[in-house]
Design a protein around this ligand. Structure first.
Ligand SMILES: CCCCC/C=C/C(=O)SCCNC(=O)CCNC(=O)[C@H](O)C(C)(C)COP(=O)(O)OP(=O)(O)OC[C@H]1O[C@@H](n2cnc3c(N)ncnc32)[C@H](O)[C@@H]1OP(=O)(O)O
Length: 363
């Protein structure tokens, strides 16, 4: 769609609105909120409706997005809307050409980069501008990637993050839903969580976390299910569950007390104390800390050497260490997921999410 010196014409705008109706792929909540806000600004001007009630999550998120545009001129909003739709249409045009199943599986992941060389399969979380926050799609892709890695001929599997963060944990926009969807979404979220954590409990090969930067929430608790955790000295480890009206997951209600003792576990899991990499190492959550300046070089040199060790011996030793606890871990995982299903429907949790989304609270 061409721009004129005056920006998008009314005709361009109307055509973009129609194009949106034909879009095959859901562009995600974040883009939908931006489109909504620019549409309202282009057609009605600055936000002019009363702020919805705090528990009306979906309308509140829409109102916030529109209100955030302030006095943006209608013409600019119109142009932004047209640009947004045009970006979406071109990406969906290219992805709508149906690829053969085999090709799609190879090209595969939208939120991860998966590579395999020197006996190491690397799964890299790839949403660096969102601090690798974990969307529903990402949980699903990680499960698929782990399944593929468990069957490939690599010796070691590595999980790491692209950009400055390892991961900021669960993507809080997963919770932007209308109140009548809440119960069903919480139910599905609990199943997703149980299956996701289950993949780590059952993973058959040595699994290594290369923690390139800060880790939050589930990206911290899951670490106890890895065999090695290497951290940059820039990494921090933060589990602010109570602040979010939530409770521990990934078996951490059991693994953390048994790893560091109940008093230290309580400091992290109940009171949300953020640990430095050195503190996490002292508590046994991290295997070794490296200076950030040499982190990648040192870690990958080490892992390449380990990957040359006899593959079956590594795999069997890992299973011998882990098998004692497997059944117990699955039971704990199921119970933690059940409790979170209830928590996600609580006022405490909804308030905390709204505070983050309206930028009132950050960790
Ligand atoms: C179904 C399974 C559920 C499993 C249960 C799991 C529970 C958890 O993991 S609880 C932990 C949840 N995570 C958080 O509460 C972190 C929230 N994020 C933050 O507090 C901050 O973003 C930060 C401290 C991680 C980073 O702050 P800062 O360096 O100032 O960067 P920004 O806040 O500007 O972030 C850049 C960009 O990324 C978006 N983002 C970051 N983290 C998340 C997140 N967890 N969920 C959604 N979005 C996130 C942030 O909103 C910014 O986006 P834009 O404003 O669009 O640039």
């Amino acid at each position: 769609m061409s721009k004129t010196a005056m920006g998008a014409s009314q005709k361009d705008f109307e055509s973009a609105v129609n194009q949106m109706k034909l879009l095959k792929k859901d562009p995600g909540n974040e883009v939908k909120l931006k489109l909504y806000a620019h549409y309202k600004q282009a057609t009605e001007g600055p936000c002019n409706t009363p702020k919805p009630a705090v528990f009306d999550l979906i309308n509140k998120a829409k109102w916030d997005a529109w209100n955030a545009l302030g006095n943006l001129p209608k013409e600019t909003a119109r142009q932004n809307y047209v640009d947004l739709v045009s970006g979406l249409s071109s990406s969906s045009d290219s992805s709508s050409q149906v690829k053969p199943e085999a090709d799609r599986k190879q090209a595969g992941y939208e939120t991860l980069v998966m590579t395999s060389e020197d006996g190491i399969t690397k799964i890299m979380l790839n949403r660096p501008t969102k601090m690798n926050a974990l969307t529903t799609q990402m949980y699903q892709e990680i499960m698929l990637a782990l399944e593929a890695a468990s069957k490939d001929d690599s010796t070691i599997t590595v999980l790491t993050g692209n950009g400055s963060y390892f991961s900021s944990g669960n993507d809080l926009t997963n919770f932007v839903i209308s109140p009548d969807e809440l119960e069903e979404r919480a139910r599905r979220g609990a199943i997703l969580l149980r299956d996701f954590v289950g993949c780590f409990i059952d993973f058959p090969k040595p699994l290594v976390a290369v923690v390139n930067g800060p880790a939050v929430g589930i990206s911290v608790t899951i670490l106890r299910l890895f065999d090695l955790v290497y951290a940059s000295d820039r990494a921090t480890f933060h589990t602010p569950f109570s602040h979010l009206g939530q409770t521990p997951e990934a078996c951490s209600s059991y693994t953390f007390p048994s790893l560091m003792g109940p008093a230290k576990a309580a400091e992290m899991l109940i009171f949300g104390k953020k640990l430095t990499a050195a503190e996490a190492c002292a508590r046994g959550l991290v295997t070794e800390v490296f200076p950030d300046s040499t982190f990648q070089k040192e870690v990958w040199t080490r892992l390449k050497a380990y990957s040359k060790l006899p593959r079956n011996a590594l795999r069997i030793s890992k299973q011998m260490i882990r098998n004692h606890e497997k059944e117990k871990l699955h039971a704990i995982n199921a119970e933690e997921s059940r409790i979170l299903q209830e928590r996600w429907q609580s006022d405490e949790c909804m308030n905390a999410i709204m505070n983050f989304l309206s930028r009132k609270a950050k960790l």
